[in-house]
Write a protein that binds this ligand. Structure first.
Ligand code: ADP
Length: 472
């Protein structure tokens, strides 16, 4: 396990900030608390490394990424165990996340070879015109704790594939997975200074990121307020920002849906990672004619979940990340009950104590409740009922955010109407799981401004340059 930071190919920093296992409260490691000066040093190293890295043949960059992918696959189980120890998610989900994280590296090792320019029609006789697609430069990345591996690789892999160099600040709750990935990247041949990983004071490091003259892009996944703050600060020097922020996903079940499939989809979408993903169903809208049936089946599935330490095989729900996360779930439940919702199952802290919480289903949810407007980010499934398609579409779109939405229906015309009219960056029809390295992940409205994954994921990390050659 690596507990120091990687700057310019060297492992640096003193053990300072504790990393705890959320299932036990036990301190499992201490990582450095670096500040603005060290962050500037890492950015300087990335700027220096950029000159060489951008010039490397694409086959070299592709090969390095491929070797990194191979090392991650080889160490999958150890990485998953580390991830569960610092984040809490069930070990099966952690293994799934490592596979998913690795898939971005594999994809961009391949996509590196397809970052293409264009030849344009010459505007005048004796000229030739072209478009070059070049790496944007040094990129500064900030990632959250809910996917300690995947949020990193889906930014770092396209950055390195494009020829950019990186300084990454992982979440303070989950730095160990990030440092382990960095150690494997180094082993895979990522040159000194091309990937730097620093842990420490978020504000101070953020200050270096937004003010350093060589940073050309700030990539961030996290909360909407911090995203807005970074976007504002980045504007001072016109740095590009790529933001993946919060959601408030509607999950809509029509009267013609296959209810078993809808319940399975709701379970996957809502309770994965204990409800702590930005694409988790937050508002479950069910047609009034099937609402009771759906809710009863959902409650039965929820009661079959196994809560415990993520490291124990068979566990499907671990602890929440911290006390603040637990309090938010409790406050959303209290607010919903005060506004007329009814508890169907769960609703309380779990007997295991700590930040364990019972997966919860509420019925009779309404637009007056906080859960209609705010992302719970926890294991709470509130069921709203609706009378017709126009009503539910309006309710689903009445949100400041627009990341993921889910619809269950067997009607083909309705499928297209919903797909086209939901104001969301991603829409899943008859599925509760959307993400793939081959698809563009991202949101509209206040959910962000970028896409990660697929060939579109290269866009943020590259600039277009128009070249016109005259006198020919
Ligand atoms: P969450 O509530 O899920 O932790 P945050 O947006 O607070 O969401 O955190 C996401 C990431 O942003 C973390 O790596 C965190 O350390 C970082 N972060 C938080 N505040 C700032 C800031 N002012 N400047 C830079 N990074 C920040």
């Amino acid at each position: 396990m690596e507990t120091r930071c990687l700057v310019d190919g060297k492992w640096v920093g003193e053990a300072h900030s504790p990393v705890t296992n959320p299932a036990t409260g036990e301190v499992i490691a201490n990582v450095p608390l670096l500040g603005e000066t060290e962050a500037k040093g890492a950015l300087d190293a990335a700027a220096e490394a950029f000159a060489d890295w951008k010039r490397q043949p694409v086959k070299l960059r592709s090969g390095v990424l491929r070797a990194w992918f191979d090392f991650i696959v080889e160490h999958r189980d150890e990485l998953a165990a580390l991830l569960t120890a610092e984040q809490g998610k069930p070990i099966a989900e952690a293994r799934g996340e490592i596979d998913y994280a690795a898939s971005y590296i594999e994809y961009y090792a391949e996509e590196a070879k397809r970052i293409l320019g264009e030849i344009l029609p010459p505007p005048r006789e004796g000229t030739r015109a072209m478009v070059l697609r070049q790496p944007i430069g040094v990129v500064a990345l900030i990632t959250p704790w809910n996917f300690p591996a995947a949020m990193i690789t889906r930014k770092v892999a396209p950055a390195l594939a494009s020829g950019c160099t990186v300084v990454l600040k992982p979440a303070p709750e989950t730095p160990l997975t990030a440092l382990a990935l960095a150690a494997l990247a180094q082993r895979a041949g990522v040159p000194d200074g091309v990937l730097n990983v620093i842990t420490g004071d978020a504000r101070a490091i953020g200050e270096a990121f937004v003010t350093h003259p060589d940073v050309r892009l700030i990539g961030f996944t996290g909360s909407t307020p911090v995203g807005k703050y970074l976007m504002g600060r980045a504007a001072e020097s016109m740095k590009r920002v790529a933001l993946e922020l919060g959601g408030n996903a509607p999950f809509i079940v029509f009267e013609d849906a296959d209810l078993d499939a809808a319940v399975a989809g709701a379970m996957a979408s809502k309770f994965r990672n204990m409800g702590q993903t930005c694409v988790c169903a937050n508002r479950i809208y069910v047609h009034q004619s099937v609402a009771d049936d759906f809710t009863a089946r959902l409650a039965k599935a929820v009661e079959a979940l196994k809560i415990g330490h993520g490291g124990d095989e068979g566990v499907t729900q671990g602890p929440l990340i911290n006390a603040a996360a637990l309090e938010k779930v409790q406050s959303h439940i209290a607010d919903a009950l005060a506004h007329g919702a009814e508890l169907v199952t769960g609703g309380h802290r779990h007997a295991l104590g700590g930040t364990f919480f019972e997966p919860t289903v509420l019925k009779g949810a309404s637009a007056k409740m906080r859960v209609a407007r705010e992302e719970t980010f926890g294991p709470l499934a509130p069921v709203f009922s609706f009378a017709d398609e126009a009503e539910v579409l309006a309710a689903a779109n009445a949100s400041e955010t627009g990341l993921a939405a889910y619809v269950f229906t067997t009607d083909m015309a309705r499928t297209y109407r919903m797909l086209e009219n939901l104001e969301y960056g991603m829409v899943g029809i008859n599925t509760g799981i959307l993400s793939s390295e081959m698809a563009p992940f991202g949101g509209v409205k206040q959910s962000g401004n970028a896409r990660e994954g697929s060939h579109h994921g290269i866009t943020e990390f590259t600039e277009l340059k128009y070249g016109l050659i005259g006198g020919l």
